[in-house]
Design a binder for this molecule. Structure first.
Ligand code: CU
Length: 141
């Protein structure tokens, strides 16, 4: 599947580091360098399916700032919590946003997370939650 290959490639690019992967090669060869774009009020695509060990890269592709914030109760029990800003829990992430927009990804900013546990992960963009900006990562064995 194209998506699988794509994710594997971005994972490798992320390992290379900021010099290439994050320098902004959007559009080159049709590979945007990220897996999930954050549009004005939606994750695109809303759902992605990856394999255990894959890294998913999000990028804010609109002018508005967004967050990637896992729903603590909607990820596998054994899974590591994830949120832009590196917060270790949903409440912490929400508090940080309320306080000073902690975890905000401005236009062109990226966030990535490597999924080590199979299962379904639902996440949200805190400032646009009421607008329905939620997404899902499905991690297969
Ligand atoms: Cu948002």
């Amino acid at each position: 599947m194209h998506r699988r290959r794509f994710l594997r490639r971005t994972g490798a690019a992320a390992g290379v580091g900021a010099l290439t992967g994050l320098a902004g090669c959007a559009g080159v060869g049709g590979d945007p360098g990220y897996d999930v774009g954050m549009m004005a009020s939606a994750f695109q695509p809303v759902e992605v399916t990856v394999a255990v060990g894959d890294t998913v890269v999000w990028e804010t592709t609109s002018a508005r700032g967004h967050t990637v914030t896992a729903y603590e109760n909607a990820i596998p029990d054994e899974a590591e919590y994830f949120a832009s800003g590196g917060y270790d829990g949903e409440e912490t992430a929400r508090d940080a946003w309320s306080r000073d927009f902690g975890g905000r990804l401005e236009s062109g900013d990226r966030y990535s997370h490597t999924f080590a546990v199979a299962g379904r992960y639902d996440y949200v963009c805190i400032p646009h939650e009421t607008g329905g900006m939620v997404g899902t990562v499905v991690v297969e064995e």
